[in-house]
Design a protein around this ligand. Structure first.
Ligand code: FES
Length: 610
């Protein structure tokens, strides 16, 4: 191993010159008390000085957790990352981050996405590392890792854990959690038995890994490829496939080179790269959650994304990926069909192929040789599911700052609709009343739920997939228009309007809707309107705000969004921004890059050649 390169000599992408050393050498290079302690800390773990001396130190930010089943294999995967780091002459330093699992974390994992992003950022800043491999998988762990890495802006590469194997129940392929939800509706409709439903539990997740439909985790993994933050072809490799271990090893090795080259996330995640990611999201019929996450990641990288840009690109991007919940197949099928590179190749004319990726090649170079091995999974352009992308942004009197709908998962006959509102004040109110046989509701009505936004939730839970009233399910109804300020799982489906902004809890018009009001939806016209005259809305607004007109009344009349809260929840409620701004904290937007190389101190003279 040549000492020169490892000590950052020569020109680097970050402008490091021959008189500088890698930042880790500040910890391990000194022959003083501090250097003594730092080296002793590694020797205490059984490492010889030759193992780390003069080598780039690569952190492995691991979101492994038994409470995040999707990430439960990441401890093993980290060993393969380490192999790659050592093979390339680096020294691995694995550390845990908090982990956010969709199934176990209450009230919602989204409440803690920014907390994990802060954790990742501060660990990158504070530890003696020259680069980092981010290990993620479940929905929030990938965006949180990217947000933290973007803000610290130290060389980084992400390795996602891959999808779980396809579910199989009595010969029928199942995808989580699209089919969990589909059969739950059937159970409530009485078309399957409880015993049948129960028997799916062990059939739907057959291995570690994230949900295997094009839900949020799959979407964000695929977008890592489109953004250029992971090695090409990795997103769809099943978690249980040995090729994922190889992928992890290659990423570890590449992280060493990135650290030496000083290539920062801000050089990869450019405006053009985000535009590529949005186009990819749209052509995949990906999760609506990705709109929020991409916006937040971009904000950290100093790139502004607005809802309009998603909608504009949607109008010129065909949907070519035939995966559930919008289509038929699962992530494992996508891998066998050629993976995300096959998707990108299909729409390469819509991409900026000059964008640089963490591999050191451009996106165009990465996909130049990509092939598709199954045209029913990645559809040819002339057989696209739709000539437009899978998402639309609506605006109107009910959503002045915007709302989103996953058009690819919606019912065509409901794209233009006028219906009577049936209002629920909160997710709890919905749960209490939705199956009431006396609920005044018909299939033509519009279900509206309030107070599940970023502040109202709090944490903007995935409560937007409002269940249909049992009595309508039993009549054969399988879709209705549903509107809320909540999010929806990327695995869900239906004509569901989400992310209504401003949310009800901060005084958005959603707060003013009453049962019986008329609501008009025009997806093609991108409109979402509450048909109530302004004088009546003003009367309702005044009634809610109270005689003093105190806007704090919107937060429960207690004078402050965070009253009665402590710790992280208080921080969250005081600083979370609305959905169109990515639900990030106002004080976390942007980055403060960590120095990749530092001036060589006197005591490090033996560890550099500058
Ligand atoms: Fe983790 Fe679905 S529960 S990705």
């Amino acid at each position: 191993m040549a000492q020169n390169g490892h000590n950052g000599t020569g020109d680097t992408a970050s402008g490091a010159t021959t008189n500088k050393i890698l930042r880790s050498q500040e910890w391990f290079g000194g022959r003083d008390l501090e250097g003594f302690l730092h080296r002793a800390g590694l020797k205490a773990q059984g490492w010889s000085e030759d193992s780390f001396s003069g080598r780039p130190v690569i952190g492995i930010a691991n979101s492994w957790s038994e409470a995040t089943h999707c990430n439960s294999h990441l401890r093993d995967l980290a060993e393969h990352v380490k192999r790659g780091i050592i093979r390339a002459g680096g020294f691995p330093l694995e550390f845990p981050t908090i982990s956010l699992g969709e199934f176990f974390l209450t009230p919602t994992s989204m409440l803690c996405r920014n907390l994990m992003a802060m954790d990742v950022e501060e660990m990158i800043r504070g530890l003696p590392i020259d680069g980092v491999v981010l290990l993620s998988g479940c929905d929030k762990t990938t965006p949180a890792a990217l947000m933290g890495a973007a803000s610290a802006d130290l060389p980084a590469i992400i390795v996602t854990g891959g999808p779980s194997l396809k579910g199989n129940w009595r010969g029928e392929e199942l995808g989580s959690c699209t089919d969990c939800r589909r059969f739950w509706s059937e159970l409530r409709a009485g078309t399957i038995t409880q015993a049948q439903y129960d028997s799916m539990e062990e059939a739907i997740y057959r291995s570690p890994g994230h949900c295997m439909v094009m839900g949020t985790a799959s979407t964000m993994s695929a977008l890592c490829e489109a953004l250029g933050m992971t090695l090409s072809g990795g997103a769809s490799i099943p978690a249980a496939d040995s090729r994922r271990s190889v992928f992890a090893e290659q990423a570890g090795a590449r992280a060493v080179e990135l650290a030496l080259e000083g290539v920062r996330p801000s050089q990869i995640m450019t405006k053009a790269a985000f535009t590529n990611a949005i186009t990819t999201l749209l052509t995949m019929g990906g999760s609506t959650n990705a709109i929020i996450h991409l916006t937040a990641i971009a904000g950290r990288a100093g790139v502004e994304l607005d809802l309009e840009s998603f909608d504009e690109l949607s109008q010129s991007t065909p949907t070519v990926l035939n995966l559930k919940p919008s289509g038929k197949y699962l992530m494992e099928d996508l891998y066998y069909a050629g993976g995300v590179p096959a998707v990108l190749k299909r729409i390469e004319h819509l991409l900026d192929r000059s964008c640089m990726t963490v591999s050191g090649k451009t996106l165009g170079e990465e996909i130049a040789g990509a092939e598709c091995f199954n045209d029913d999974v990645v559809l040819p352009l002339d057989k696209a599911m739709s000539d437009e992308g899978g998402l639309a942004v609506l605006k109107g009197t009910l959503a002045p700052d915007g709302a989103v709908i996953k058009v690819s998962a919606a019912s065509p006959e409901l794209m233009q609709h006028r219906g009577r509102a049936v209002v629920f004040e909160s997710p709890i109110d919905l749960k209490m009343r939705i199956d009431d046989p006396d609920l005044d509701v018909t299939a033509n009505d519009v279900l509206v739920m309030k107070n599940a936004g970023p502040v109202g939730g709090p944490g903007m839970p995935e409560a937007g997939f409002l269940p249909l009233p049992r009595k309508l399910l039993q009549q054969g109804v399988r879709d209705m228009i549903r509107i809320s300020d909540a999010r929806m799982s990327g695995t869900a489906f239906g004509t569901i309007i989400l992310h209504v902004a401003p949310e009800a809890a901060v005084g958005g018009p959603l707060a003013l809707v009453e049962s019986g009001d008329m609501i008009e939806i025009d997806i093609e016209g991108r409109r979402l309107d509450l048909i109530v005259d302004e004088a009546e809305l003003e009367r309702r607004r005044a009634a809610i705000a109270g005689p003093a007109g105190d806007s704090a009344a919107w937060h429960g009349g207690d004078g402050a969004k965070s009253a009665g809260q402590r710790g992280y929840r208080r921080l969250y409620l005081e600083h979370v921004m609305q959905a169109p701004a990515g639900c990030d904290f106002d004080f976390l937007v942007g980055n403060t890059p960590v120095e990749t190389h530092v001036e060589a101190p006197e005591h490090a003279a033996g560890h550099h050649t500058g």
